[in-house]
Design a protein. Structure first.
Length: 134
């Protein structure tokens, strides 16, 4: 799914990169929704599906029906990750408030990895049982 989204957005992202005088060989889209940004947090989504799910959840909380039409594209910002990094490095903005929002699938993978790591650490922490001399 990610590869298809990247290919769909490639022309837009390449145009952004070219305008900044940056290489266009590799693109990585990130998504932001200004309305979610506060003084203490600026979420940057790594998946279009996740930002849309968040948008729908916010709209439902505001009393809109859950089966509403998709959001107007003007309310979201899509840009290449390298442009975001360049802006972060140039200063002038408190970038400490950025929070990258991964996908549910990525969260599940990390959670499983942590569980396996804890299991491995636990099994290595206990010495093997002693056996009698023969």
């Amino acid at each position: 799914a990610h590869r298809g989204m990247v290919e769909e957005l490639r022309p837009q992202l390449e145009q952004q990169l070219e305008a900044q005088g940056m290489p266009t060989a590799h693109v990585f889209p990130v998504f932001m929704w200004e309305e979610l940004t506060t003084d203490t947090v600026m979420p940057v989504f790594l998946s279009r599906a996740e930002i849309l799910a968040t948008w729908r959840a916010v709209m439902v909380r505001r009393g809109h029906p859950p089966d509403m039409s998709p959001p107007p594209s003007a309310t979201f910002t899509v840009l290449d990750l390298s442009i975001l990094v360049r802006r972060m490095q140039s200063g002038g903005v408190d970038w400490s408030i950025i929070r990258f929002v991964g996908t549910d699938r990525a969260f599940e993978v990390v959670t499983e990895g942590r569980r396996q790591e804890q299991q491995r650490a636990h099994s290595q922490a206990e010495p093997p049982p002693l056996e009698p001399d023969r």
